[in-house]
Write a protein that binds this ligand. Structure first.
Ligand code: NAD
Length: 283
């Protein structure tokens, strides 16, 4: 068992802050790289707020201050400590940005370190295309909110080494989370299935099969989904769902063609919960 003592997370946004929190909670020293001083401060506040939420739920096994002391904010990738064992990239879902960040991170890494991306849909092989050692690169797809989510999807490209995959599995389990290992393919298992259901529900709404609440209740009560596909799309963000659907449409074909209703809602700014309106009204 290789204990994970030192982690770096690049991008301390919604996901990066959560990933930093969970690794620091189990005892790792965590370096968070942000784009500038203001963004680093915002990331620190986000992590502190996440810890407070976890503590309120009674799920924080150690004092929040002790966790915060293990979190170090920096603004330069080359400041990542040379003893780091795992680097998780969690910058926005823009392929060019991720490719550039990963290439810069690789230069800062010691030979044995593992490099991972938290992408929710992009090809791991393509993201790793500019790396000198793509065999130590894989996808570590955490879910939102990270501290409360049980799953991490581990995405292995053809070139990912087996021992790198095995380390990633160990390090996910050390968080008390469950891994599913999938082969690198667009949308992996989760986003591909989740988007499929969401797009079909939107088409059903377009066709007048039922209203949003009825479609969601059908899946919640009929199939025991904790949340219907339209409410979930509101939480994820219609713009985020549209971007993933467009990517899957290009990669996997017509069945992922975004419905016109989704495009129209995004154009009108009806992006879901964060905008106050999507398929539902949110206060
Ligand atoms: P976000 O916008 O909340 O956070 C991105 C962070 O990256 C920001 O804090 C930003 O300042 C920082 N950043 C941008 N450029 C940077 C740079 N050059 N160097 C260092 N930091 C930089 O985004 P997010 O929702 O946390 O998503 C991050 C990744 O996680 C994406 O790939 C996304 O697809 C994936 N993801 C998101 C969710 C979700 O529900 N939000 C779930 C699973 C996976």
């Amino acid at each position: 068992m290789t204990v994970l003592e030192r982690v770096a997370v690049i991008g301390g946004g919604t996901m990066g802050a959560g990933i930093a929190q969970v690794y620091a909670t189990v005892g790792a020293e965590v370096t968070v790289v942000e784009s500038d001083g203001a963004a680093a401060e915002a990331a620190r506040d986000r992590i502190a707020a996440g810890l407070a939420r976890t503590a309120e739920r009674g799920k924080l096994p150690v004092p929040a201050e002790a966790v915060m002391q293990r979190i170090h904010l920096i603004t330069q990738i080359d400041g990542i400590p040379s003893t780091v064992q795992l680097v998780v990239e969690a910058v926005p879902e823009k392929p060019e940005l991720k490719v550039a960040i990963l290439a810069a991170a690789e230069k800062a890494l010691p030979a044995g370190a593992v490099l991972a991306s938290n992408t929710s849909s992009l090809s791991i092989a393509e993201l790793g295309s500019a790396l000198e050692l793509p065999e130590r690169f894989l996808g570590l797809h955490f879910f939102n909110p990270v501290p409360a989510s049980k799953l991490v999807e581990i995405v292995c490209a053809r070139q990912t080494r087996d021992d790198v995959r095995d380390l990633a599995v160990q390090w996910v389990r050390s968080l008390g989370k469950t891994d599913v290992v999938v082969r690198d393919s667009p949308g992996f298992a989760t986003s591909r299935l989740g988007v499929t259901l969401g797009l079909e529900a939107i088409r059903m709404l377009e066709e007048g099969v039922a209203d949003a609440a009825a479609i969601d209740h059908a899946m919640e009560l009929g199939y025991r989904h904790p949340m219907g596909p339209l409410r979930l799309t509101d939480l994820v963000g219609l713009d985020v769902r549209l971007a993933v659907a467009e990517y899957l449409h290009v990669k996997l074909g017509e069945r992922f063609a975004p419905p016109q209703l989704l495009r129209d809602k995004v154009a009108r700014g009806e992006l879901g919960k964060k905008a106050g309106h999507g398929f539902y009204h949110w206060d």
